[in-house]
Design a protein around this ligand. Structure first.
Ligand SMILES: Cc1cc2nc3c(=O)[nH]c(=O)nc-3n(C[C@H](O)[C@H](O)[C@H](O)COP(=O)(O)OP(=O)(O)OC[C@H]3O[C@@H](n4cnc5c(N)ncnc54)[C@H](O)[C@@H]3O)c2cc1C
Length: 390
């Protein structure tokens, strides 16, 4: 696989329609391999090899051996214990404290305990915001993109964007707040049901049984195609080998969707079509045309030849019933290439840093798959290092 720091940066900027901050993006891609090594040094175990995650545009994703972020949390929690770093749970940050109203250093935070008591925590070196995005906050979503009020979300319920307004209260600027990414989730709940990654072994068909988009395209292209299809509900189709190629977390999520009627399995495509209530002839034709595209390395819908390597031919066959769910908020507090939060006059706010989904400026209009986890650790590590220098 041919790859480089420059290619990663160029793909990230291009996929975000050049709305990402180029200096910040280059710093991110330059430091990402170092962050990967650091995670390994902290005890995180990755599966061998790399793969192309859905919307990833290139095979460079690494997968932890443990599903749903557990591997990361365990490794870093153990490291915190080793270094005597306290982790305070059930402490809600409600305010950031700056020396002057809109001037001076950020010197701490106000928190509310579970019992509603107010406490203050003094920051000697700095505060790093890492409070996530606002995908699970319909009001905040609708403020920036009114179409998204009613959609389900793939996120945990703490993704409410709590600390964006407090950061603005002390002068922080925000960028890209209406760049909000949607992802195909289970049609019943919107929750992640796997199925979409790895891309090379899945096709999408609509309720007519027709393929309607190249599955390896940008996430926003696929979102528009799904929202534009009849009923806004589509199906991801895999064969036995494609099912086996899903990672542990995806397989677990997919298997748990059988009960709620978003996952299906059948020995033949005819039976699968009957279960999905779509025309069997069309589904078989879609699979046949796609398999021919794999043979000829030329897809009528424009899938990249690199993603034409896996035919759908070996039963049993699997399908996931999908619709669009709010997945990632690309905007947030503006940061510079040192992870410092910027104020409304383009100056860094002393003592305030941010990383991850609470910040904006890396992904532009559209986040490349895999870049979120890469970014939270790369920029997060940089934010911590820079705060520690104070
Ligand atoms: C189902 C799913 C699959 C994904 N898969 C991938 C993938 O394969 N690759 C990839 O790159 N990205 C993936 N992403 C995206 C990626 O996981 C997220 O963008 C990333 O985890 C965000 O990390 P974060 O640390 O910024 O925020 P979070 O992980 O949301 O963490 C923020 C934390 O801050 C807490 N918090 C919020 N407000 C406060 C407050 N006021 N006081 C105290 N605490 C607060 C929240 O409760 C939360 O625990 C996926 C996301 C989802 C939902």
């Amino acid at each position: 696989i041919k790859d480089s720091v420059e290619l990663h940066a160029e793909q990230t900027l291009k996929a975000g329609d050049y709305r990402g901050n180029p200096e910040l993006v280059r710093e991110f891609t330059k430091r990402a391999p170092e962050a990967l090594q650091w995670l390994k040094d902290c005890g995180l175990v990755f599966l061998p090899g790399v793969y192309q995650v859905y919307g990833g545009l290139h095979p460079r994703a690494h997968s932890s051996t443990k599903p749903f972020g557990l591997g990361y949390i365990e490794a870093l929690e153990n490291k915190c214990k080793e270094l005597n770093v306290p982790i305070l749970l059930n402490m809600k940050v409600v305010r950031l404290i700056r020396e002057g109203n809109l001037s001076g250093r950020v010197i701490g935070v106000e928190v509310q305990t579970k019992r509603g008591r107010t406490q203050y925590i003094r920051a000697l070196k700095g505060v790093v915001l890492a409070s996530g995005g606002f995908s699970a906050n319909p009001q905040a979503r609708a403020l920036h993109d009114p179409r998204l009020f009613d959609l389900p979300t793939t996120n945990h319920k703490g993704a409410t964007g709590d600390l964006i307004a407090p950061a603005q209260d002390i002068g922080a600027e925000v960028v890209g707040m209406d760049y909000i990414q949607l992802l195909p989730g289970g049609a019943t709940t919107g929750r992640f049901i796997g199925m979409v990654s790895p891309v090379e072994s899945v096709i999408f068909v609509n309720k007519n049984g027709d393929r309607f988009v190249a599955e390896d395209k940008r996430r926003d292209v696929i979102a528009d195609a799904i929202l534009g299809s009849p009923t806004k509900v589509v199906f991801g189709i895999r064969d036995e080998d494609g099912y086996a190629a899903m990672n542990k977390g995806a397989t677990k999520a997919f298997n748990s969707a059988f009960e709620i009627g978003d996952a299906f399995k059948a020995d033949t495509l005819d039976e699968l079509a009957a279960k999905l209530q779509i025309p069997a002839e069309n589904l078989k034709k879609a699979v046949e045309t796609y398999n021919k595209a794999v043979d000829e390395k030329k897809d009528p819908l424009g899938r990249d030849p690199k993603m034409l390597i896996h035919k759908i031919e070996k039963g049993p066959f699997y399908a996931g019933r999908l619709t669009m769910a709010v997945h990632h908020t690309m905007g947030g507090v503006a940061i510079n290439s040192h992870a410092q939060v910027m104020d409304r006059r383009g100056q860094p706010i002393p003592g305030l840093y941010a990383a991850g989904e609470v910040s904006g400026g890396v992904h532009g209009t559209n986040r490349v798959g895999g870049n979120a986890v890469a970014e939270i650790f790369t920029i997060g590590k940089m934010a911590g290092e820079n705060a520690a220098k104070n």
